[in-house]
Design a protein around this ligand. Structure first.
Ligand SMILES: NC(=O)c1ccc[n+]([C@@H]2O[C@H](COP(=O)([O-])OP(=O)(O)OC[C@H]3O[C@@H](n4cnc5c(N)ncnc54)[C@H](O)[C@@H]3O)[C@@H](O)[C@H]2O)c1
Length: 271
């Protein structure tokens, strides 16, 4: 994977897909600015990369805080010697915020928080990374969408709305930044086993039944792994993807390719 020598900034990189991407990209020779709101987790990911001989720094950043985003991009630009790749990974689901998830019981505060992290955050990060991305010869922004960017699911109205918005922001920024030579792409994962999914399952009335509905439509009969997504992010950042711009990539085990569950194919869910 040709991300050797590229400078990545990854938000929410203390856990899950962000951590997986930091480790995989560094393994391919990228230099990584790990950022998160959870300092212990973020520092640990940066330390793992350095222990393996890679280059990584950590900077605290809540993507909804404009000053912290500005400071992150400044620190990344200076410490890495530029920014080539902004991976807008940080995201939350309403199930981690407590309270009801249906239209009647969800609070406005919950809706606002999900939108702030999942939509405002990537916009702020793009805004303050821009001066550095403009100086790069291989600049790209890679946004975390979701299958809920394009399809419905129960009890996800704030999350799904935010993921639809980030998919569309991808296309708008791809247009506006084309003249600067900055590619902007989005990927849409299905169910990837991380803390976010564990929290979502824990909030479901019947977690086992919910897990079954999440994986029983995957043509590849398992949950995704953070590394599955990390490989796609590295590909999208690499010169091999230099003609890919404004695109939306499904990485969902085939779940949106059809209408059915594995039993009609005589297959078993191995999740
Ligand atoms: N796991 C899945 O199945 C799945 C599916 C589709 C899309 N996604 C998207 O992938 C991204 C990562 O998801 P994940 O499953 O790895 O989640 P996760 O909850 O495991 O990790 C998210 C990380 O983001 C950090 N974070 C939370 N709020 C933040 C903020 N305001 N600023 C900075 N960092 C913050 C958390 O501390 C955590 O380290 C999210 O955008 C999510 O919507 C995940």
């Amino acid at each position: 994977m040709q991300v050797n020598g590229l400078n990545f900034v990854i938000t929410g990189a203390g856990a899950g897909i962000g951590a997986g991407t930091a480790l995989v990209a560094a393994g391919y020779g990228a230099r990584v600015m790990v950022s998160d709101t959870n300092d212990a987790d973020g520092e640990a990911v940066a330390a793992r990369i350095r222990d393996a001989g890679g280059v990584a720094f950590y900077q605290h950043c809540d993507v909804t805080d404009e000053g912290q985003v500005q400071a992150l991009m400044q620190a990344a630009g200076e410490q890495l010697g530029g920014i080539d790749v902004l991976h807008n990974n940080a995201g939350i689901h309403e199930s981690v915020l407590g309270g009801g998830l249906d239209l009647e019981s969800m609070s406005r505060d919950t809706f606002d928080k999900v939108m702030a992290v999942n939509v405002l955050g990537p916009w702020l990060c793009a805004k303050y990374a821009l001066p550095w991305l403009r100086k790069s010869q291989q600049a790209s922004i890679i946004n975390a969408g979701s299958v809920s960017s394009v399809a419905g699911y129960p009890n996800c109205v704030a999350y799904g709305s935010s993921k639809g918005a980030i998919m569309q922001m991808t296309k708008m920024l791809a247009v506006d930044l084309a003249a600067d030579g900055i590619r902007v792409n989005c990927y849409c994962p299905g169910s990837i086993r991380t803390r976010m999914v564990d929290d979502f399952l824990a909030a479901a009335p019947d977690p086992a039944a919910m897990l079954n509905t999440m994986t029983n439509t995957h043509l590849i009969p398992r949950m995704g792994k953070p590394e599955d997504v990390a490989e796609l992010v590295c590909f999208l950042a690499s010169p091999a993807a230099s003609f890919i711009n404004g695109a939306v990539w499904l990485i969902d085990g085939g779940s949106l390719a059809w209408r059915g569950t594995l039993d009609i194919l005589g297959m078993e869910d191995t999740a």
